[in-house]
Design a protein. Structure first.
Length: 427
């Protein structure tokens, strides 16, 4: 019976090597070496314990954690040292190795990310712990059964069960696809790359290790591209703000040129014509001067409303409502905000009210400006027929472009009873 168990144990170790050669090559290599050492002991008895550290190598390598946890490393070292010690202390060596096997099983559970292989390795370590400790206990408690081969039979059975656990771990379905589980939720790309690099060091399968390294390289490239993209977005945003500020300054300059240039010349011309008498041609010229002045004033307000610069958004909106043919109720605080924000909001509101006058068939409208610590919000409502949508080329499409300069947003809610346009700009 013991001869059959002995042969079965050696064949089981060789079967692990054969089954695992394409799936877990490192573990399979150690298992094959352990099987060969097992059968070699029949010819060279001095190598009877050589299979033990090789088998432990195979178990630890299957979990892919060799080189990181301290206890499995200590187990391997102790196993190699143990085979060089005299036979008189081998019982105590077995007990020490059994304790280290149990401790290693616990540490593998706490540290590894490879579920299937870790489970198989833990089972194998627990079985080996029993196979190493029980023979010593059997000799101590039932010494009369020692000569009958009970301790040896127990150890042989443990080796066979250990090989079976390794075979189950190697043959687990979808091992290569599901083994390496890395929790990346909430991690930055850099943190994920570090975690994958750690896993690659632990992995015993060279193909999976190479795949993980390629994933790390992709993460590094992705992180670099994200940084470059963020930098370009910041550059575009800064450039857009500079262009917006330059446009505001240019509109203000042109408005000043009209106010202090062309308008002054019209005033002087009007004064000269006023002293030329009251003839029909003179009155016609004065009427034309008046119309030209009104056109220039309207152009100046369109370029840059002076009331916005001098008195702020509330005053500019009140001025806008007075000039409108549609009754507009304005509610706005008298505070001031950065010039680019005031300009963007004013032009967006002016365009929105122009759309109300042209398309909404409304009888009245209202503008409400609200300010919080981090946002300026303007709401335009009307009692028109609705139908307003934010689409490219539509009447409200320009609002999105105007507010995008200051990272603002536009929201439109339109019903047959009227339309509400909400403009929001972060401060």
């Amino acid at each position: 019976m013991l001869i059959l168990l002995d042969a079965a144990a050696g064949l089981a170790l060789l079967a692990v090597g054969l089954m695992g050669w394409t799936r877990a090559r490192t573990s399979a290599a150690f298992a094959t070496a352990a099987g060969m050492a097992w059968f070699a002991a029949s010819a060279w008895p001095e190598t009877a314990l050589l299979h033990r550290p090789l088998l432990l190598h195979a178990v630890v390598a299957l979990a892919g954690t060799w080189g990181r946890p301290v206890v499995p490393r200590a187990l391997i070292v102790a196993a190699w040292v143990g085979i060089a010690l005299p036979a008189a202390v081998q019982s105590w060596v077995s007990v020490i190795l059994a304790a280290l096997c149990l401790a290693s099983a616990f540490e593998l559970r706490a540290s590894t990310r490879q579920l299937w292989r870790a489970t198989a390795s833990r089972q194998a370590l627990v079985v080996l712990a029993a196979g190493l400790a029980l023979p010593w206990l059997e000799r101590l408690v039932w010494p009369r059964y020692a000569d009958a081969g009970l301790p040896l039979g127990t150890y042989l059975a443990a080796v066979i069960l250990c090989a079976g656990a390794l075979l189950r771990g190697i043959a687990a379905p979808g091992l290569h696809d599901t083994d390496a589980v890395v929790e990346l939720s909430g991690r930055t790309p850099a943190e994920a790359a570090v975690e994958l690099a750690r896993l690659a060091q632990d992995e015993s399968d060279p193909r999976l290790r190479e795949a993980i390294r390629q994933a790390v390289a992709l993460l590094d490239d992705n992180a670099r591209l994200q940084l470059e993209l963020a930098q370009r977005i910041d550059d575009v945003r800064a450039s857009r703000l500079r262009l917006s500020d330059a446009a505001v300054q240019e509109r203000r300059r042109l408005e000043g040129v009209l106010a202090h240039g062309a308008m002054r010349y019209l005033d002087e011309l009007e004064e000269c014509l006023g002293s030329a008498g009251d003839s029909e041609p003179v009155r016609a010229c004065l009427d034309e001067i008046t119309r030209t002045r009104e056109d220039l004033e309207q152009l100046g307000r369109g370029l840059h409303p002076r009331s916005l610069t001098e008195h702020g958004l509330a005053a500019a909106l009140s001025d806008l409502s007075r000039r409108s043919t549609l009754p507009i109720e304005v509610t706005a605080p008298v505070g001031r905000w950065p010039e680019r924000i005031e300009c963007a909001v004013w032009y967006a509101l002016a365009e929105s009210l122009a759309n109300v006058s042209k398309h909404a068939q409304a009888t009245r409208a209202s503008v409400t400006v609200e300010c919080s610590d981090d946002e300026l919000r303007a709401i335009v409502t009307d009692d028109g027929v609705g139908g307003a949508v934010l689409i490219g080329g539509g009447g409200l499409a320009g609002l999105v472009d105007r507010l995008a300069v200051v990272d603002g947003t536009v929201d439109v809610v339109s019903t047959p009873a009227g339309t509400t346009v909400t403009l929001a700009v972060p401060l």
